[in-house]
Design a protein around this ligand. Structure first.
Ligand code: HEM
Ligand code: SF4
Length: 548
């Protein structure tokens, strides 16, 4: 993962490496520490780290290599780690949600979890002394956080309705899982893929609305027919970085679902063996494709695969607008329904996580699904149980199924509350602002508002109707938290990235700017009644952290 790239503290540390530890010149520092010791080796050192405590751990192990095990040391909260899990296709059983709840519960106010925009879970507040025990529990339940950070493959995303909807083209559940198992050696860790030149994102879409934002991934599969057979067109090289935002381009290849795992493996091996490693700013897959041209890249993938790839199907089957899945919906299985719950900015606390697990067990099949909009779905609820389900306090008070158009598509990255790269606070600010906007305005259609705390763009402002990217600005001669505004991102059919339209607006002046944008560009109207109260789920949100 590129985590450490922009951190001056970490970079200085590597500058200071002694000649004894520093291998040949011209090799970048990250490559050097990877060559010295693979991150996976830390599996055997975790018990020792737990004994000596976070302050005594070698800094490179603590700040970088532990990310191979999914443990992210957070400088903003000294002594605490964030733990990033793997959730193939965003699907998990209630038992896993309960384990997460138990893990974060023991940290009291400091423990919570986030649903991420890769259909994944991140747990907060973790102390290194607890990690051996947490890993034992993960092992017991078949859960893993392995290879989730630094130069590894991120969570494999898939259609959140896989196996549930009648119009589905390909059920992606098994494919995402098989790709994850291949990359991680069934969750134990796989040294074949622990030293990629940089991070790598894979998405598999099986539906018609590109629910995974395929174009933002290094490698993505998009459903397409060849004659009567359904398979996937492949696109490659999508990436966002502070320096470059680029959509994935066609590989001119079509594969059957059976070939997906082999193609992922071949592409990863080509990237591992030939990807550019000298300059970390230029080591994502797209830079290799730039250097070689897509034809040569394709040939190398074919060589690695051991057979040629069929040319892409002429058109793909992504022809719907993107859906958010919030609300009640019939499944293809007669008599069963799925319900999409709105989780404001993806933040979850232990008591809510226990409740989610309980309602999934009591009303559904015990399954929970996460979406790239940071929301969650409970599938497999029989018609006969729907009425009781909808009366559950969690839906009434916290995670509504009927959010207001203003807040419905709100997405936010972590921001300065926990992330050391952040230039501004995002999640709590985004929530406070959306509540205020919601109280003032009504919108005819939902507007997708994305916040990201720095140019690293984890919150993907480039795909939003209105994107806010944290920066520093000036006001009255003082440096203040500010945001650049992006507009015009399109998702779903004909997805494309938006553009930066305003720069450096102090955060304290953002409200009127957002209000005007919503009125002028999205038909927002002032609310008629001054007695408007926001829907309960938004109103009840704990405002304690709002100003951080
Ligand atoms: C290139 C520089 C980047 C850096 C240094 C970086 C750094 C980080 C950090 C530190 C976190 C964890 C923050 C926390 O929750 O404590 C994070 C999470 C995340 N980032 Fe980035 N990031 C970068 C680029 C991106 C890009 C371009 C995307 C996608 C558009 C992205 C997507 C994510 C996602 C989805 C998460 C949540 C975890 C997950 O499910 O994988 N990041 N990133
Ligand atoms: S975009 Fe957000 S989560 Fe990503 S590095 Fe910046 S502040 Fe952290």
């Amino acid at each position: 993962m590129p985590e450490v790239e922009n951190s001056p503290a970490v970079i200085n540390k590597f500058e200071n490496m002694t000649s004894a530890t520093a291998p040949a010149k011209n090799v970048n520092k990250f490559e050097r520490f990877k060559a010295e010791k693979d991150g996976l080796a830390l599996k055997d050192e975790v018990d020792y780290f737990a004994k000596i405590g976070w302050e005594a751990i070698d800094e490179i192990d603590r700040d970088a290599r532990l990310k191979w095990l999914g443990l992210f040391y957070r400088t903003v909260t000294p002594g605490k780690f964030m733990m990033r899990m793997r959730t193939a296709n965003g699907i998990l059983p209630s038992s896993h949600m309960r384990v997460y709840a138990e893990v974060v519960q023991r940290y009291g106010d400091e423990g919570n979890a986030d649903i991420t925009t890769r259909q994944n879970m991140q747990l907060r507040g973790i102390r290194i002394e607890d990690v051996p025990d947490i890993f034992r529990r993960f092992h017991q339940y078949g859960m893993t956080s392995v290879q989730t950070g630094m130069d590894n493959v991120r969570n494999v995303t898939g259609s959140p309705l896989a196996g549930l909807e009648a119009d589905e083209l390909i059920d992606t559940q098994g494919l995402c899982r098989a790709v994850q198992d291949m990359i991680t050696g069934m969750g134990k860790g796989n040294p074949q893929f622990t030293n990629l030149p940089r991070k790598f994102n894979i998405a598999i879409a099986g539906c018609r609305d590109n629910s995974v934002h395929a174009e933002t991934n290094d490698l993505a599969f998009i459903p397409a027919y060849k004659e009567d057979q359904i398979g996937f067109n492949i696109i490659v090289g999508g990436m966002f970085s502070p320096k470059r935002y680029v959509e994935a381009i066609p590989l001119n290849a079509w594969v059957t679902p059976e070939d997906v795992v082999a193609v992922c493996e071949a592409v990863l091996l080509v990237f591992r063996n030939h990807g550019l490693r000298a300059n970390r700013q230029k080591s994502r897959l797209m830079y290799l494709i730039d250097e070689w041209g897509v034809e040569k890249f394709r040939e190398e993938v074919e060589k690695q695969l051991g057979h040629s790839l069929e040319p892409a199907a002429e058109k793909d089957e992504v022809n719907w607008d993107k859906r958010d899945h919030i609300g009640l919906f019939k499944q293809k299985q007669p008599g069963l329904n799925y319900v999409g719950l709105h989780v404001p900015i993806g933040r979850l606390y232990a008591n809510e996580m226990f409740e989610i697990a309980r309602i999934a067990d009591v009303y559904g099949s015990g399954e929970i699904r996460l979406t790239v909009e940071q929301n969650l779905l409970i599938p497999n609820i029989p018609d006969s149980r729907m009425e009781a389900f909808l009366k559950e306090p969690l839906l009434q008070e916290r995670f509504t199924i009927n959010p207001d158009n203003v807040s419905r598509w709100l997405v936010s990255c972590t921001g300065s509350q926990f992330c050391g790269f952040a230039l501004i606070e995002t999640k709590n600010r985004a929530l406070a602002m959306i509540k205020a906007l919601e109280a003032e305005l009504t919108l005819p259609e939902p507007v997708r508002i994305h916040w990201t705390g720095c140019p690293n763009s984890c919150g993907q402002p480039q795909v939003a109707d209105i994107g806010l990217m944290g920066t520093k600005g000036r006001k009255n001669g003082q440096v203040v938290e500010a945001a650049d505004i992006w507009m015009g991102g399109k998702v779903g059919k004909d997805a494309h990235l938006g553009e930066r339209v305003m720069q450096g607006i102090p955060c304290e002046d953002l409200m009127p700017v957002l209000r005007n944008l919503l009125i002028e560009n999205f038909g927002a109207q002032p609310r008629q009644s001054e007695y408007y109260k926001p829907p309960i789920a938004m109103a009840e949100i704990d405002g304690e952290n709002s100003d951080e």
